[in-house]
Write a protein that binds this ligand. Sequence first.
Ligand code: MN
Length: 483
Amino acid sequence: MTIRQLLETIKTNLPEADTELVELAYNFAAEAHAGQKRSTGDEYIEHCLHTANTLAELKMPLPIIIAGILHDVPEDTSRTLEDIKKNFGADVAKMVEGITKLGRIKYRGIDRYVENLRKMFVAMAEDIRVIVIKFADRLHNLQTLYALPADKQKRIALETLEIYAPIANRLGIGELQGRLEDAAFKYAYPDEFAATEAMIKSSFPQKKKTLANMIRKIKTRLDKDSVNCHEIYGRTKHYYSFYRKLLKYNRDVKQIYDLVAMRIIVENVPDCYAALGIVHGLWRPIRGRIKDYIAQPKPNGYQSLHTAVFGDDQEIVEIQIRTQKMHEQAELGIAAHWQYKEDGKISKKELEWVQELADWLKNIQDNNQFMEGAKIDVFQNRIFVFTPQGDVIDLPDGATPIDFAYHIHTEIGNKCSQAMVNTEVVPLDRKLKNGDVVQIVTDKNRKGPSTDWLDFVKTRTARSHIDNYKNKNWTKFLPKFKK
Ligand code: MN
């Protein structure tokens, strides 16, 4: 990769940008890293350019791209953060400082995992833009992983799948999540990767033909009904997400509808619903597969209409319909706003959970105990359920009404006596599903939580409240002796 190629990418994705500072950053970094080589044998500056190029492809604003070029300068060269600040300003220097602080982690095993997370979340809480640069950096490191010894390959790949990708997912940066996962998959699970690749490659040509025909039919109808359509295209699933789905359905490929899928990008929200109507007029939709994430967005902000239809050639095809803006949100998540807002600041509410986790990680004493909470809370798939007032509550997959109750308020958890899901009374250990409306009935005479709840609660919040109560009132839990 050359500076010319990077400038080309910037021109395509950010036509308005003044790239003079990019060239200066390149010269500065190239000089600082002069003589340094990557383990692939390439000049070190290659890595800086690739990192910046990924950021440009994601349409990140210029200061982030510049910080991407400079990200390894303070750690690996004689140039300092002060030098960067003098030449490129405080904002760029602050981002580079964030990346440098993430640094290299020397621990092993579980301590390494926790230290990694701790650093990531502290950096994110300070400046969320840093994490996107780190993702771009990691992506290029994965792409050049072939040059490293096998044990390092495996470690870096697993770390990506267990830490980086789930954070990208949680931030809604779907595009980077998919790229990171696919690049890491090959090294983390080579056999599974090969099998998945073969499966996708063998069935794709036929499906591609079917899709092309279906796309033609939809286009004709959209035009006829003057629905303003920007783009329709077929796409394969990312390998790793396909593999995960395969595991979910006990490796039965037939159950996976969206091996190939279609995406329709239209002008506005009414066009989305009009397009959905057209699709359902052409092919019969599959019951239970129509999802309106426009009216009910996912907790990470994702919006789209989803459906799956019995399409041509007996193929089941999944279709996503969205506006351009929703599309950017889906690919870039939290980073989508940065194209419009210069300072990269996002609302407090969006970042609440990051700050919460950063604080909690700073204080954690026992790494082993920590693992249980973190893996469950952040790194599982999330579901979203509703209060009777229609507020969205974001919980980990498998959460129960007790988790919901503690999420609302400690006292509601402690005094919970009954739960209603969609107007039906359910057991307190019922696993909640996406879209459930949950109502908690409390009993003010209730003394406190039941320790049995520890057997099924999923969230760290619920568990720690129940534990706390138990510890404070420990005498109650002593075995009762006969007098
Ligand atoms: Mn780097």
